[in-house]
Design a protein around this ligand. Structure first.
Ligand SMILES: [Zn+2]
Length: 446
């Protein structure tokens, strides 16, 4: 309201001034050097007013631009950003396709537009890795690791580089730093655990396990089994320093974590004091995991025992109910053969042969014919039959297929952790080994 009154008064004053000027036309003369400008006062006033208006407009345009630099500069920057992002996506496609040169060019283009943005560093590092230029990749990952925003991503790249250079201690240091930076990150814990196992630092590995995420992993048997294997290895370390009690505690916890883990079960038998509790443990273990390693361990529990005494003891342990009937027959047939009790041996082997005999049953039958009857021809026939029978299980590496008689935490061939599993070899794969075995057996028997 006040503003419109003010405007009205202003227009009225201007109109009055215009009328007054028209009524009183004066003249103005401007002289500059040899130029003379002659005009009326009214024209001069109009020229001044127009000039003032122009200046006001220019000042306003200048203010408007200064207040928002993004309006003009922003359009330019967003085009630059768009190009940078295009370069990054092209680079990612090149990396996925394994095109090292394409990735490198895209990384340079992205850096030109986005100068040091986290994604350009990552792209540059990955392009360098594709070029197998680990030194350049390390420089980029190092730069990422210096910035809290990209530290974890940078560390991940550095850990992978350290591992590929076989610098396991360096990788552990980096992973520990990543764990301190963001505690509880799943991939960091897994990486750290994997590295500790690779370097055989089982105590450190055991310390990581409680930090592992609960939920899915804890529900299936993987985590308890892992704990059992680690505690078993720690028990072996204690035995190396003759700390039998420490070893017993650890192997007890290993057996509790995974009662199906045979090495822990057998070591627990070995370390348990000889009392009725141990007898109960033997029955429980045999009922749950009837395994040849358990038989060997039970046999060794009584030192300097004669083969005949062992057969009597084996009959009371494996002959009673509980455990797999077939595995009991295996154990008793072996004990009878060693005790030279041919009648018993034949009885157990006939039991086994009436089921689904594996190669070892035929080999024991050959042994019986050879030792009891000195019948080399019959023995040879059983050996030939054993080559056609299904193979017996062994500790076989899931990674490289290596076959072992004894379980070890790391595969002796490919060094993979906990890869040896008690299972039947694929017949196709073991043919070569089978033939060599047969030749050996035949030459031993005849
Ligand atoms: Zn292996």
């Amino acid at each position: 309201m006040l503003r419109s009154i003010y405007l009205f008064v202003l227009i009225a004053l201007l109109a009055l001034a215009g009328v007054w000027l028209a009524d009183n036309p004066g003249s103005v003369e401007l002289r500059w050097s040899s130029y003379v400008i002659e005009t009326s006062v009214i024209v001069l006033v109009a020229a001044l007013a127009i000039t003032a208006l122009m200046i006001a407009i220019l000042i306003n345009i200048y203010r408007w631009m200064r207040a928002s630099p993004g309006r003009l500069g922003g359009a330019f920057a967003s085009r630059k950003r768009g190009r940078g992002l295009d370069a990054i996506s092209n680079g990612m496609v090149a990396i996925a396709a394994g095109d090292a040169e394409g990735a490198r060019r895209a990384a340079i283009e992205a850096e030109r537009h986005l100068k040091g943005a986290p994604m350009t560093l990552l792209l540059a590092a990955q392009a360098a890795e594709l070029y197998q230029d680990d030194r350049a990749a390390k420089v980029y990952y190092d730069r990422m690791a210096e910035n809290p925003e990209t530290e974890l991503m940078g560390l991940r790249g550095l850990i992978a580089l350290a591992k590929s250079a076989n610098d396991l201690q360096g990788a552990i240091t980096l992973a520990t730093r990543a764990d301190a930076f963001k505690p509880g990150t799943e991939w960091v814990l897994k990486e750290l655990l994997d590295l500790q196992l690779k370097t055989r630092d089982y105590a450190a590995a055991a310390a990581i396990l409680p930090k592992m995420p609960r939920g899915k992993a804890a529900k299936n048997s993987a985590l308890p089994h892992l704990r059992a294997v680690i505690d078993y290895q720690r028990a072996l370390t204690k035995l190396d320093t003759e700390d039998t009690l420490g070893a017993l505690t650890l192997v007890q916890s290993a057996h509790k974590s995974d009662p199906d883990f045979i090495p822990a079960a057998t070591l627990l038998l070995k370390l348990s004091p000889a009392d009725r509790k141990r007898d109960k443990l033997v029955s429980a273990i045999w009922a749950r995991t009837p395994h040849p390693d358990v038989v060997s361990m039970v046999k060794n529990l009584v030192p300097l025992e004669s083969e005949s005494d062992w057969l009597i003891r084996a009959k009371t342990i494996f002959g009673s109910a509980g455990g797999d009937y077939r595995y009991s027959n295996f154990a008793l047939a072996r004990a009878a053969l060693d005790a030279r009790e041919w009648g018993d041996a034949r009885k157990y082997l006939t039991n086994l042969a009436s089921g689904e005999p594996t190669a070892i049953v035929y080999r024991m039958l050959a042994e019986l014919e050879e030792k009891a009857n000195a019948d080399a021809a019959a023995a040879r026939n059983w050996i030939i039959k054993s080559t056609e029978a299904p193979q017996d299980p062994l500790w076989i590496c899931n990674g490289c297929g290596r076959q072992e008689v004894k379980w070890t935490a790391h595969c002796p061939s490919c060094d993979r952790f906990d890869s040896l599993h008690w299972r039947n070899a694929d017949r196709g794969e073991v043919d070569g080994i089978l033939e060599a075995e047969v030749v050996q057996e035949i030459s031993a028997v005849s």
